[in-house]
Write a protein that binds this ligand. Structure first.
Ligand SMILES: Nc1ncnc2c1ncn2[C@@H]1O[C@H](COP(=O)(O)OP(=O)(O)OP(=O)(O)O)[C@@H](O)[C@H]1O
Ligand SMILES: [Mg+2]
Length: 379
């Protein structure tokens, strides 16, 4: 018996043509278990936007029917739903034309150099697989791929793993993502992507069977990508990021086998020099650099922050704030400027007191994370 999965209402309005196409006596829409029991073994098809119940699934050949307007169903097309919205809710994909470039990234020189080399190699025929980024929260693991996408004028495709894992059939959902990208590539062969699988432990952080199968599927796609055997054909560089490496190392260490990705990087706290670069980026963006320097020099601000928090930092070569904390610091000063029309010394000292670095507030967890850095290339 055939079970059609259809989200497009057009199929339900014209069951006759589906019936004759598949040479069936009858098609029952949205069947109950009683309907199924009555028609067992007959030349009957069933159609619904959901899968058959798990315990009787093996009775059916399951066929997914494509939407009539690409990503959009007929009902969405009529209601004027934008394609980007449908992509997000249906496939868990956000497609972004990133406004950032590598000039927005402070430091991360090793990573910048490596991705530059990757692009040169690509232009000479090398097919990049992807880059794995792990490390301390707020150090740019998600931000870097965004900037790389903008720099290289590739579309950033970000996978919402929570939505994919919550699907009735997560593997079908993952396959639909790759099918969508393949179709898109056929229609626009020049389009190139950066595919960001952010916080990958959401997908494979446990040892459950479905997670193992998801990982298997992902690794097959990663390994075959750009080879003649590839099932899906599209032009993408993968970035995968992880926060909680322990769960991956415990449950799915095969993800990190050398050769899966082009390179694995650990992004740590910034060096003092890099921290200064990040301050400069944000103070300039917020247009408060000159005013601030008249109240207190940047070097002095860095020293004050080190005096307040360096005792909580196990690594004396690194600055205690992450890049995200530096950004927050600068935005707080811009906020004072907006409210009071000026930035004074109390605003600066207050901001230092207010922004307690993650290496202090989550010391144990961060130190556990830092202990893993030997496994990776350092940024
Ligand atoms: N190297 C950097 N240069 C400039 N800004 C940065 C840098 N790293 C991070 N930021 C800023 O900090 C914000 C947070 O960084 P991001 O989301 O990339 O952190 P993350 O490493 O992914 O953290 P998490 O592990 O919590 O997901 C970014 O949106 C960006 O504005
Ligand atoms: Mg992140």
């Amino acid at each position: 018996m055939i079970w059609f999965i259809a989200e497009d209402c057009a199929y339900y309005q014209d069951l006759d043509s589906l019936q004759s196409q598949h040479n069936l006596d009858k098609i029952i829409s949205l069947p109950s278990e009683a309907d199924i029991a009555t028609h067992l073994g007959g030349k009957v098809g069933f159609i619904a936007p959901f899968y058959p119940p798990k315990h009787i699934r093996s009775l059916f050949v399951i066929k997914s029917l494509p939407n009539k307007f690409g990503v959009l169903t007929t009902q969405e097309q009529h209601a004027g739903v934008p394609e980007s919205k449908a992509l997000e809710t249906r496939l868990g994909l956000s497609v972004i034309n990133s406004p950032f470039t590598l000039a927005d990234v402070g430091g991360a020189q090793t990573l910048k150099d490596f991705t530059r080399e990757l692009l040169i190699a690509e232009s000479k025929g090398f097919r990049a697989k992807g880059v794995f980024l792990v490390g301390v929260p707020g150090t740019g693991k998600t931000f870097f791929p965004k900037c790389f996408a903008g720099e290289t004028k590739r579309l950033l495709i970000q996978l919402n793993l929570t939505l994919i894992m919550e699907a009735q059939e997560p593997i079908d959902k993952l396959n639909s993502v790759f099918e969508y990208l393949t179709n898109r590539h056929e229609q626009h062969p020049d389009e190139r992507f950066v595919l960001l699988i952010d916080e990958i432990e959401k997908m494979i952080g446990n040892a459950e069977a479905v997670e193992k199968r998801m990982l298997g599927r992902l690794l097959t796609v990663l390994n075959d990508m750009h080879t003649p055997a590839a099932e899906y054909k599209f032009d993408a560089i993968f970035f995968a990021t992880a926060n909680n490496l322990n769960s991956i190392l415990d449950n799915n260490p095969e993800l990190l086998r050398r050769g899966r990705f082009d390179e694995l990087f650990f992004i740590s706290l910034p060096s003092v020099e890099m921290a200064k670069g990040v301050f400069e980026i944000y103070l300039s963006k917020l247009k408060i650099k000159d005013e601030l320097e008249q109240v207190m020099t940047l070097d002095n601000i860095l020293t004050q922050i080190e005096q307040a928090y360096q005792k909580d930092n196990n690594d004396p070569d690194k600055f205690p704030y992450t890049s995200a904390e530096i950004e927050t610091f600068c935005k707080k000063l811009a906020f004072y400027k907006l409210v009071y029309g000026e930035i004074n010394i109390d605003h600066i000292l207050n901001t230092i007191r207010l922004i307690i670095p993650i290496i202090k507030s989550a010391q144990e967890g961060i130190n556990r994370m830092l202990a893993q850095k030997e496994l990776f290339l350092l940024v």
